[in-house]
Write a protein that binds this ligand. Structure first.
Ligand code: ZN
Length: 483
């Protein structure tokens, strides 16, 4: 058990965040579910109308199977009545590599008074639910999904390799209903391609007792029983839930600005020097981004190293948890791992706290994240040292491809170059033009406007324009495709 989680040592800042969130409208909301027994009592309230996911599962490391149930309490927060609900099963995008593995939906049962029917669509990547009675605005529905996850050989951040389990995108999750209706786009295997509203997650997972579970959020309980151990985690006001599970972990703990930091290293192979410098870089990044962009409004941050196949080296971000390749922390570590580590941490702000549709406007998280790393490097190494990194995208300025195309419209590596580095240089130029003080003040307004919501390009540009003392329209036209 990570005692620090249980005792949650709240600093004043976190209290301030909590109070602010309260004013933002977190309130206990009775949703009038009928037909629920007292067993579902914990699910009868929703925070601020956020969807609640309650997961319970057992990992079989011999057969490489995760059997789990997911109870979902969903409230219709739209102004229209919904006759159909949709959930993404993003992980099944990887069935393109092995169609015999993936997440199987066994049954879906209503826990509300009314019944429902369901259908799995789009190469197992979409779950459609039709409630007996259309869901009126403000009304809620609760249902339970039984799943069997046949875990494939690791493909990028999904599956298992040796005794490493990477559970990204494994649970069915509500699609976003936005101005265009339900977003049904499958996850792109280029880039990230997620789109999630803030939700609350509770997960109880049982693993063999030698295994350690790293999961976004706060560890509430750890119960050892005979040969197994059951972890309970809660990740509240988060975009997603993700786990890294391994029998090779040792945990190093630290704290910065009231945030408990947990790093899961491969035991017996990482030097003390590497652990110390990594913790320093994690804390330095969190501190820098809190100062420049806005509060990290959670009690915990976790970094899990993951063991991947020899030719794979993936780092990835989730709410409250990032993946880093194990090789990053060995003595012959790759040169730019500090940049990669800080990049994934910056995603807690861009994608995590401030959401966006990663399929249609990936630059909003990747560009701002890449820019953020430049800001971090400026702070720890000085402006001159950071300039090489900060101006990487300079030559792309002449490239006519705009930064705000759909992920699927970019050819090959253009996505990475444009959404990461060209967008980074756009932000660098905006900062030069507007002046640092004005630019960072506008970025804070962007944070305050879109924290816990979905940002978009139009909103970002509008905040920059309204803050800038000088004309920036030529820069906007150079980088962004305007409607
Ligand atoms: Zn990224």
């Amino acid at each position: 058990m990570n005692q620090g989680d249980m005792d949650s040592n709240e600093c004043n800042k976190r209290r301030r965040s909590a109070i602010r969130l309260m004013f933002l409208g977190i309130m206990i909301l009775c949703i009038g579910l009928t037909g629920c027994s007292s067993k579902q009592k914990s699910s009868e309230t929703l925070h601020d109308g956020r969807t609640l996911y309650e997961l319970e599962g057992t990992l079989d490391t011999k057969e490489h199977v995760l059997n789990f149930t997911e109870t979902i309490t969903y409230q219709n927060n739209e102004e229209v009545t919904l006759s159909e609900l949709y959930l993404h099963i993003y992980g099944n995008a990887y069935q393109i590599y092995d169609s015999t593995k993936g997440i199987q939906v066994l049954t879906v049962n209503s826990l509300s008074k009314d019944t429902l029917t369901y259908e799995v669509l789009d190469q197992n990547q979409l779950l459609k639910i039709v409630p007996e009675k259309p869901l009126e605005p403000g009304k809620a529905i609760q249902f339970k999904i039984d799943c069997k996850f046949l875990i494939p050989d690791l493909v990028d951040r999904f599956g298992y390799y040796q005794t490493q389990y990477c559970f990204s995108f494994f649970n069915p999750q509500m699609a976003v209903y936005d101005d265009a209706g339900w977003d049904l786009a499958p996850m792109s295997l280029v880039g990230d391609g997620r789109y999630h509203d803030m939700s609350d997650f509770r997960i109880k997972i049982t693993v063999p007792k030698d295994y350690v579970v790293a999961c976004g959020g706060v560890e509430r309980k750890k119960e050892v029983k005979n040969e197994s151990v059951t972890y309970t985690f809660e990740n509240s006001n988060a975009r997603d839930i993700c786990m890294s599970i391994s029998d090779q972990y040792e945990i190093v703990e630290d704290e910065i600005n009231g945030i408990k930091v947990y790093a899961y290293f491969e035991k017996n192979v990482v030097s003390q020097k590497s652990k110390d410098s990594t913790m320093q870089q994690i804390k330095g990044s969190l501190d820098c981004y809190e100062t420049v962009f806005g509060d990290y409004p959670y009690d915990t941050f976790r970094m899990a190293t993951i063991t991947q196949k020899p030719n794979i080296s993936v780092a990835m971000e989730y709410s409250g948890l990032i993946y880093m390749p194990r090789e990053a922390f060995l003595d012959n570590q790759f040169a730019n791992y500090e940049e990669v580590l800080s990049h994934e941490i910056a995603h807690q702000w861009f994608y995590g706290i401030i959401g966006n549709n990663e399929t249609t406007e990936a630059w909003l998280d990747e560009g701002l994240t890449t820019f953020a790393v430049g800001v971090y490097l400026e702070k720890v190494k000085g402006k001159e040292q950071a300039e090489d990194y900060s101006t990487k995208g300079q030559y792309l300025k002449l490239d006519p491809i705009p930064i705000n195309k759909e992920i699927t419209e970019y050819q090959n590596t253009a996505y990475y170059m444009v959404c990461y580095y060209k967008a980074q240089y756009f932000l660098y130029e905006l900062r030069e033009r507007m002046g640092e003080e004005t630019f960072y003040s506008a970025i804070k307004e962007y944070y305050d406007t879109y924290a816990f919501k979905q940002a978009n390009t139009e909103g970002f540009i509008s905040i920059m324009e309204s803050n800038s003392p000088v004309d920036i329209s030529d820069l906007v036209e150079t980088y962004v495709a305007l409607p």
